[in-house]
Structures are given as structure tokens and as C-alpha cells.
Ligand binder design. Structure first.
Ligand code: PLP
Length: 385
């Protein structure tokens, strides 16, 4: 595979030099890439407040980089909140974005100073009103996730009829009905999905003025792209289109806009360095060899489920002329630990045990997903350089 599309020769050399004498597997995060992505996003959506979705990569060093940049943070749990507080980030820079919360956790977050909560159900709203009185609440609309490589559909959000009722209710419960949110699905390829969701927001904003409720905020979620195998539009195109959708519906005076990027901020910063443990054929007449690497679904590559996310993969032998299609699998004793079987990656014909594979764009949803000692394999090691 030609690397130029995904990583410069200079950056690739830097990764190779750093990992040369280290045992695989290891994930290397390039700080400067995160800073670049942050600046790029800020430049393209200057009116939006960034709330980094911590779950994408909760590494302390990554959080510190984004803290320094002035980012806010979207937390899913009190554990993420405590981590951020430990790093010196105050609770007024956090939103509690998970709509599935224990009442005791809401109480704890409130005690620590969190005053901005997401919700999508009556049960959760009641809990917030009891444990976080007077807080600002934003209501999550359900999206179907169509067009996304990693949809976040069905489980989160509610339809506009329910959201409308919840908003009316929240006012009675002495909360501040502050805004709406949605997530169009992660690695969303269809920019039009934002158009649909923003139109729904407009409809609700308008309907609510009759009830004397003026919403102030739209949280346009995550879903912005990173550089995986199949190309997407550039982030600037996404930003331009989303801005157009917002202005078409809301005119020049936009409501407060929040964006919650995870993947698009951190994925491109990561290179996962792995080693080939074994190359084998299942029959004398088979077309495809199996290539087993020392990282699989349980070692951090869980987003290969259904081959949803396809990472660009490089080898040391970049200008190999002759390639072959292979099946890629992980090292554990679980048969679901196959990375790519339908989609056939092409590797050098001479690929052999001990060779290294470099999985690019692995800065998001990898290390934090890696299992704790399944088959005795330790969690993925991370270096931030
Ligand atoms: C995971 C998540 C995000 C981040 O989504 P990306 O597609 O990785 O940018 C943002 N908001 C919420 C509520 C999430 O759950």
C-alpha cells in the first residue's frame, strides 16, 4: 500500500525509529497530530465550542494536550470525571453526555460541580431533577446512524414527540431546558445526515416557543471523519456543509453550538505497531493465507467487528512489487478474533513471521477497548510522543 495518502514518509520513519527496539504490540500517539486536528476543527467551525468525547481516547497525556488547547470535555461516567478533575480540569468544562446514568452518579457529579447533563428519557430526567436541581439539560434526538461506519443508533435518543414532552416536563421539574443534541453516527460518510437532524432541531425550537420555552443550544455531536482505508470528504467540506444547514434553518444568529468530536480529533494520531506471529494455509489448494498478528479484536481492534472500520496497514517493505491477498486474524483463542476475512488486504508476497504490520489511524477507540488479560495478553501499551 502506498503510504503517502495516510502518513508522510517522515512521520512513518519517526514511528519506525521509535518502535524499532520495542516489543510489540504498542500504540504510538503523535501529539502534534492531535493539536493539528484541534486547530483545524476550530478554524473550520469557529462558532462551535468543542467538547472532546473522552471515551475516544482517555489517555492522560491526550487529555492534557486538549486541556492545554482549551477544549471542554464530554464525559460518560463519574470515573472519566474524576480522572479529569485529577488532571486539574474543572467540572464546569464538562458535560455529562451519557443518557444512561445511576442516580447516585448524578448526585456525585453535581456535588463535584457538573451542571450540564444530556438526557433522553423521563426516568433519567426525574433523577437529574432530584440530584442536580437547577442544572442545564440538553435532550438527545434519535438518529438512525445511516451512512456511518460505526452507527450509534437505536440505543440513544428519543423521537421528537417524546423529546417535546420531556422538555415541557423539565421546566416543571425546575431544570433549565437548554438545548438539543444528536449524534449522526461515528465516521459518518453522509453529510446530509446533519441536515436531517438540524431540521428536527429547528422544528422543536419553533414548536417550543408556543410553550414559552426558548432553547439556546444545539449539540451537533461527533461523527466527523478520520483517514481510514475508504476515503471521506475533508473536514473542511463537512464544516462548510454543516454551517450551511445551520444557517439555512436558523438564520445568521445561530444558537450556541457545541460539537463533541472523538474520532476526528485523535484517530489520525495513532499507529499500532504489531508483529506477525504466524502465516499459514488451511489447505494445499486455498487461495488465501491466514496471517496472525499479535493484536486482534481483544487487543484493541474491536472496531473491526463486521469489518466496520478498515485501518490502512503498512509494512516495512513499502515498495514491494508483488502482493497477495490475505486473511488477517488476531492471536487469541476465540474464533471471533478475526480482523478481516471478507475484505482482503494485500500484503507483500514475501510477508513472513516476525515482520511488522503498522495499523494506521488507530488513535481512537483502540487502547481503551483492549481487554484486561484475556488469554493472559496484557492491555495494549501506549506511548505518547
Ligand atoms: C462517542 C460519542 C461522541 C464521539 O463521537 P465520534 O464519532 O467519535 O466523534 C460524541 N458524543 C457522544 C454523546 C458520544 O457518545
Amino acid at each position: 500500500m502506498s503510504p503517502q495518502k495516510y502518513i508522510s514518509q517522515k512521520d512513518f520513519d519517526k514511528i519506525k525509529t521509535f518502535s524499532k527496539d520495542k516489543k510489540t504490540p504498542l500504540l504510538i500517539i503523535d501529539k502534534s497530530k492531535i493539536e493539528e486536528r484541534y486547530d483545524e476543527l476550530k478554524k473550520n467551525l469557529p462558532f462551535a465550542k468543542i467538547y472532546y468525547a473522552v471515551k475516544a481516547n482517555p489517555n492522560d497525556e491526550v487529555i492534557k494536550i486538549l486541556d492545554k488547547k482549551g477544549s471542554n470535555f464530554d464525559i460518560a461516567t463519574i470515573f472519566e470525571m474524576d480522572q479529569l478533575i485529577r488532571l486539574g480540569i474543572s467540572a464546569d468544562r464538562m458535560s455529562f453526555g451519557n443518557t444512561i446514568k445511576k442516580e447516585s452518579d448524578i448526585a456525585y457529579a453535581y456535588k463535584k460541580g457538573v451542571r450540564l447533563f444530556a438526557t433522553d428519557s423521563l426516568s433519567d430526567l426525574n433523577k437529574i431533577s432530584r440530584q442536580a436541581p437547577g442544572s442545564k439539560v440538553f435532550f438527545r434526538l434519535l438518529c438512525d446512524g445511516n451512512g456511518a461506519d460505526w452507527p450509534l443508533s437505536r440505543k440513544f435518543g428519543a423521537y421528537p414527540d417524546m423529546i417535546f414532552r420531556l422538555i415541557l416536563k423539565s421546566k416543571k421539574l425546575n431544570l433549565i431546558p437548554y438545548g438539543l443534541s444528536f449524534h449522526v453516527g461515528s465516521q459518518q460518510r453522509d453529510i446530509g445526515q446533519w441536515d436531517n437532524a438540524i431540521s428536527q432541531c429547528k422544528y422543536l425550537f419553533d414548536s417550543l416557543t408556543d410553550a414559552d420555552i426558548e432553547l439556546k443550544l444545539i449539540n451537533i455531536g461527533g461523527g466527523f471523519p478520520s483517514n481510514y482505508l475508504e476515503p471521506t470528504q475533508n473536514i473542511s467540506i463537512y464544516a462548510k456543509e454543516v454551517t450551511r444547514f445551520l444557517k439555512e434553518d436558523f438564520g445568521p444568529n445561530l444558537p450556541e453550538i457545541i460539537i463533541e468530536p472523538g474520532r476526528s480529533l485523535v484517530a489520525d494520531s495513532g499507529v499500532l505497531v504489531t508483529e506477525i506471529i504466524m502465516v499459514s494455509s488451511k489447505s494445499t489448494t486455498t487461495n488465501y493465507d491466514w496471517v496472525y498478528t499479535d493484536v486482534g479484536k481483544f487487543g484493541g481492534l474491536i472496531e473491526t467487528i463486521d469489518e466496520a472500520i478498515k485501518y490502512p496497514i503498512l509494512t516495512d517493505d513499502l515498495d514491494c512489487k508483488e502482493t497477495k491477498e490475505v486473511i488477517l486474524a488476531g492471536p487469541t483463542c476465540d474464533s471471533m478474533d478475526i480482523l478481516y476475512e471478507n475484505y482482503k488486504y494485500k500484503l507483500s508476497k514475501n510477508i513472513k513471521e516476525g515482520d511488522r504490520l503498522y495499523f494506521l489511524t488507530t488513535g481512537a477507540y483502540t487502547a481503551s477497548y483492549s481487554s484486561v488479560y484475556f488469554n493472559g495478553f496484557p492491555p495494549l501499551k501506549v506511548y505518547v510522543i
